[in-house]
Structure formats: C-alpha cells, structure tokens
Design a protein around this ligand. Structure first.
Ligand SMILES: Cc1cc2nc3c(=O)[nH]c(=O)nc-3n(C[C@H](O)[C@H](O)[C@H](O)COP(=O)(O)O)c2cc1C
Length: 261
C-alpha cells in the first residue's frame, strides 16, 4: 500500500480515494459471459481479460516493485492469482485501517485530501467524517456491486444534510445528462463524477470520444440552466430543493395527481 501511495504522489496525483465497496467483485453475469475473470479465461485463450499481463486491471500491481516481490511466485504459476489474493481479497476494510491509511497519505502528501468512496448511509458518512476523511463519494458503484442496492440519489439528500457542510460530497452512479447533474447538485452534492458515460465515448473514439462526451454533458447542463432560468450552479442550484419536484415513486405524476396539483 505504501509503495502504491508513494508512486501515486510522485506521479502527480494529489487526492487519494479509497473504494470501500469492492473488496470482492459482485456477481456480474456480463463479465462472466465475456470471460473477464481469470479462471473463466482458462477455457478461452483468445480473450484478453482484466487480469492478464499488459491489461489495465493488472498494470498497477504488475508495475509495482513491492507487489511483485510479494507475488512473484503467484505470478509465475498463475497470472491471475496475485490479483485475487491481494486486490479482490474478500476481506472488508475496517475503519481502523482507513484511519491508518489517512495518516500515511497525509504524511506522504503533506496533508492533501483523502476521500472514501462507496458511502450509502448517514451512519457511515458520520463515521467517515469522524475518522478524518475530507470527502466521501455517495455511490452504489453504478449498481455493479450489490444487486438491488438503494439508489444513490435516494440517499444523497439525507447524507448531504448530515455532513454536507463539514466535508466534500461527491456523487456518482447514473449521471448521463445535464439534468442528472443539476438534480444531484440541488440535492446537496458538491461534485459529480461519471463512469460509463466517458467509457462509452472512449470506446467509440478514444480520447476524442471521451472529450466529446464530457463537452456534451457540460453543454447540456449549461443549456439546461439557461432554459430553466438559473444563473449560477453554486449560488442558485446547490441545495436548492425548490428547483425540484420530487415524486417518491420515481415516476412522473399521473393524470390524477396532476389534477390535484
Ligand atoms: C467498467 C467499470 C469499471 C469500474 N471499476 C472501478 C474501480 O476499479 N474502482 C472504483 O472505485 N470504481 C469502479 N467503477 C465504478 C465507477 O467508479 C463509478 O462509481 C460508476 O461507474 C459511476 O456510475 P456511472 O457509470 O453510472 O456513471 C467501475 C465502473 C465501471 C462501469
């Protein structure tokens, strides 16, 4: 861990984010279908997976002297084993370990921020604040971990209410359009992140596709603000629940509700 932290710092990264929700991968039928796991791969030698040398999932550990010293024998025998035993290790992170990690990162980076990703409840948000996190990511990992997990947007308001004035609230999972960004900010997020959106752009047209998707999202948000009549995202939209009409069922009101409105 210390080797990775030092490399990240020396490479110019200045915020450390720990993902807490993925100490083991969820059941992901699509990944199984395309043989994205090491032991499935054994049956299909022409598919490049997450785990195999030179692929992005493997790169971090494979380029790390400390990891490789520890897992050299694993690597020789079974190229996927090191990642199973050290990355998807199936052992939950503890709050004590997170506290340790924050201390180490602060020493290495001279106090730069630490963010905990994977928060879905007020109790955990409070705990994250208590142990010294500078920010949290309210996310359900794009729904890729717990099947049937609560929607991140549903828990965002209560988490923002509890800790939003004391730490940075980052939101992700499901951001696709400008109005998604608007809603998250109005419900108390300071920042939103995107995952699949830029991946789609990237798979279509590499860096240009990625840039195009992000520019389109910004344009969408910019135009939405204009047509909805909001001047400033920080002054007029942030925490402005008046800007939203909430339907607890998640679907627009039907004719009967419209009549009552
Ligand atoms: C293919 C893929 C791989 C991901 N890998 C990681 C990962 O290694 N670590 C992590 O914290 N999140 C990972 N995520 C989750 C994203 O960081 C992010 O939380 C999520 O994609 C946001 O939802 P969105 O895709 O709807 O924008 C991954 C998501 C996808 C789609």
């Amino acid at each position: 861990t210390l080797s990775l932290l030092n490399r990240a710092w020396k490479s110019g990264f200045d915020v450390l984010m720990l993902t807490t929700d993925t100490w083991q991968l969820g059941w992901r039928p699509t990944d199984i279908n395309i043989a994205n796991y090491t032991h499935v791969h054994a049956f299909s030698s022409d598919v490049l997976t997450f785990y195999y040398p030179g692929t992005p999932g493997n790169e971090l550990g494979e380029s790390d002297p400390a990891y490789m010293a520890k897992h050299h024998d694993d690597l020789a025998q079974d190229k996927g084993h090191w990642i199973d035993s050290s990355v998807w290790h199936g052992k939950p992170h503890t709050w004590e370990k997170v506290r340790w990690l924050i201390g180490e990162w602060k020493k290495i980076s001279d106090g730069r921020p630490f963010v905990l990703k994977g928060i879905q409840s007020v109790a955990d948000a409070n705990r994250a604040l208590e142990i010294g996190c500078d920010g949290i990511v309210v996310t359900n990992h794009a729904g890729r971990q717990v099947d049937g997990a609560v929607g991140s947007l549903d828990v965002l308001p209560e988490i923002a209410e509890a800790v939003g004035d004391k730490m940075t609230i980052i939101f992700d999972s499901g951001i696709r359009t400008g109005s998604d960004v608007f809603k998250a900010i109005a419900l108390g997020a300071h920042v939103v992140m995107i995952g699949r959106l830029f991946v789609w752009g990237m798979s279509h047209e590499g860096v240009h596709g990625c840039r195009h998707v992000i520019k389109s999202l910004l344009a969408d948000l910019d135009i939405l603000m204009t047509v909805a009549g909001y001047r400033s995202i920080t002054e007029d939209v942030y925490k402005n629940k008046e800007a939203l009409r909430y339907s607890p069922s998640g679907v627009p009101p039907g004719p009967a509700e419209h009549a009552r409105l």
